[in-house]
Design a protein around this ligand. Sequence first.
Ligand SMILES: Nc1ncnc2c1ncn2[C@@H]1O[C@H](COP(=O)(O)OP(=O)(O)OP(=O)(O)O)[C@@H](O)[C@H]1O
Length: 340
Amino acid sequence: MPELNHSDAPQPFPILIGDIGGTNARFSILADANSEQEHFPVVQTANFETIDDAIKLTLEKSKVQPRSAILAMAGPVQGDEIPLTNCDWVIRPKTMIANLGIEDVLIINDFEAQALAIAEVADDHRESIGETSENNAASRAVLGPGTGLGVAGLIHTQHQWIPVPGEGGHIDLGPRSERDLQIWPYLEAIEGRISAEQVICGRGLQNLYHAICKADGIEPSLKEPADITTHALAGTNKQAEETLTLFVTYLGRVAGDIAMIFMARGGVYLSGGISQKILPALQKPEFRAAFEDKAPHTEMMKTIPTHVVTHPLAALSGLASYARKPASFGLATEGRRWRR
Ligand SMILES: Nc1ncnc2c1ncn2[C@@H]1O[C@H](COP(=O)(O)OP(=O)(O)OP(=O)(O)O)[C@@H](O)[C@H]1O
């Protein structure tokens, strides 16, 4: 009978690696610590009744049968039945072990996987924002605006990287400028509160755009987050342009706060679906200016690098790094590793 078991022994190869999102699930297999990952076609979660069905189909295309699995998913990992946020799948590690020929399953949070991914990012998998020097052995942080705003730290201590997931996307976001004070009353709040995620994510772009239109007494004409950023980047809609300028300003402000909390001298990385799409706006002065505007620590903030992660499968690459060298990471497995 498979049991919850937080052994620190490395998981046996071959290892199935999975990044399970609300819309898409991405899988790969790592045959051994020195192999490249074998990638499989992206799976649309809506096309499969269960995650086990999706894994079965994926394994039919594989040359090797995995002995263990590491899966990252959006949402808290609790108990033996783990429902996914934003899709109908429920992860049941015990059933996976019984039915898929796997003997060892570890489930972690998707932003922990993003944190694992920033321990080692090749230059061609990131774009730097601003000019700073590297500090390779220092702690880092990652923020990902997408459907929501994911945040995690990656603490460097005792020659290990320790991912620290949390709910940092839900910290308060306050007005600072005169213009902020004009816009704030029109932002949609959550139980009376403007959290960072009310503004810094896809839905947040819409919220901010509507608030700017209301503050200007204009009827909003743009619907989707992508319409807003496309018009903003093309310079074809005044309110969309201001929305994107303020979006990167607030993202810089929150990224700076998170950098201070984790003392992330090793850098702050921006992941998620939106960061790459608004790269030209992030390269303008506003993001870095807001990031550094942290008196009395402005001089320190100027030394902290900021990057956009451009790796198309960053979470999988983070999970693979961990699978290859688990001893390099202080990843807690208590309550989320099941073994036969
Ligand atoms: N060009 C764009 N500009 C701004 N926002 C966009 C753009 N394209 C998509 N979005 C928004 O990004 C969000 C989706 O983010 P992302 O691609 O990170 O997906 P996710 O659901 O968070 O992650 P996953 O793919 O793992 O399920 C949606 O709110 C979507 O409207």
